[in-house]
Design a protein around this ligand. Structure first.
Ligand code: ADP
Ligand code: MG
Length: 251
């Protein structure tokens, strides 16, 4: 395995009862890079995240975080992971600060270090002034920012985000997309971002297209365009996930 690989997924399959959700999935992601896991609804993105975070246990395949096997070296592996789940997991009736302190306490962080890190992450997201507000008082974009700050407090090497911009207005969405892309470079973080939105992909991103549990393409944006002989990611995505572009014929 490449020594700088932050997350490695090998021969991973998973079924719900008799229904296959992931089929022999293989990929690696590197530090300092944003990897977009692009797939339509039902592709298997959240299932993959549930396996990486060990909410589900995979019988087939192997997952490693910074070289640590998540089954055999679970603690060393999972402490390197930060996660923003598809559904918010903040406590609505606690303040921003209380939500973040709870996370640092779970990670066994001392008070002083915890306060320093909370301040740093909130300031970077322009949320420090809102720290005494309850989550319930914040808009959707600001809640997402708090979740991103929280996911970074224990200094993970890998950040998973499961469709973090769904339901947000365009300016909030673009701000988060931009922030996470910069974060990957500045913090040498390996980001895995699940999305079905093509405009969240930047030209330098690593792109993995997932459809019906299968990896349909894996490489740079240019690799994927070449492989599909298309000139836009939108066309490549349609080709890989629908076979051909469906046209809507007026009645
Ligand atoms: P995505 O996140 O890409 O939308 P999911 O991982 O949620 O996809 O779902 C992948 C497939 O697995 C879908 O066909 C979905 O219906 C199915 N699935 C997801 N969760 C469950 C579950 N708890 N029980 C049964 N089937 C599920
Ligand atoms: Mg999902």
């Amino acid at each position: 395995m490449n020594s700088s690989t932050a997350l490695s997924v090998a021969d991973l399959s998973f079924s719900y009862g008799g229904k296959k959700a992931l089929n022999q999935v293989n990929f690696k992601i590197q530090p300092g890079e944003c990897t977009i896991l692009l797939g339509p609804n039902g592709a298997g993105k959240s299932t993959l995240f549930s396996l990486i975070t060990r909410l589900y246990d995979a019988r087939d395949g192997r997952i490693e975080l910074c070289g640590f096997d998540i089954k055999k070296q679970t603690r060393s592996a999972l402490e390197r992971l930060g996660v923003v789940f598809q559904q918010s997991t903040l406590d609505m009736d606690l303040t921003v600060l209380q939500n973040l302190r709870y996370h640092t306490a779970l990670h066994g962080m001392g008070r002083k270090l915890a306060e320093q890190r909370i301040q740093k992450e909130l300031e970077r997201l322009a949320m420090f002034d809102r720290r005494f507000e309850k989550i319930r008082q914040l808009n959707g974009g600001h809640r997402r920012r708090v979740e991103i700050a929280r996911a970074l407090l224990h200094k993970p090497a890998v950040l998973l985000l499961d469709e973090p911009t769904v339901g947000l207005d365009v300016p909030s969405r673009l701000a988060i997309v931009d922030y996470v892309h910069r974060l990957a470079v500045e913090e040498n973080l390996a980001v895995l971002w699940a999305s079905h939105l093509i405009d969240e992909i930047y030209p330098d991103d690593h792109l993995i297209v997932l459809h019906q549990g299968l990896v349909k393409a894996n490489g740079t944006v240019d690799d994927v365009l070449k492989k599909t002989a298309q000139s836009t990611v939108k066309d490549a995505f349609y080709l890989l996930t629908q076979g051909e572009r469906k046209s809507i014929t007026p009645p």
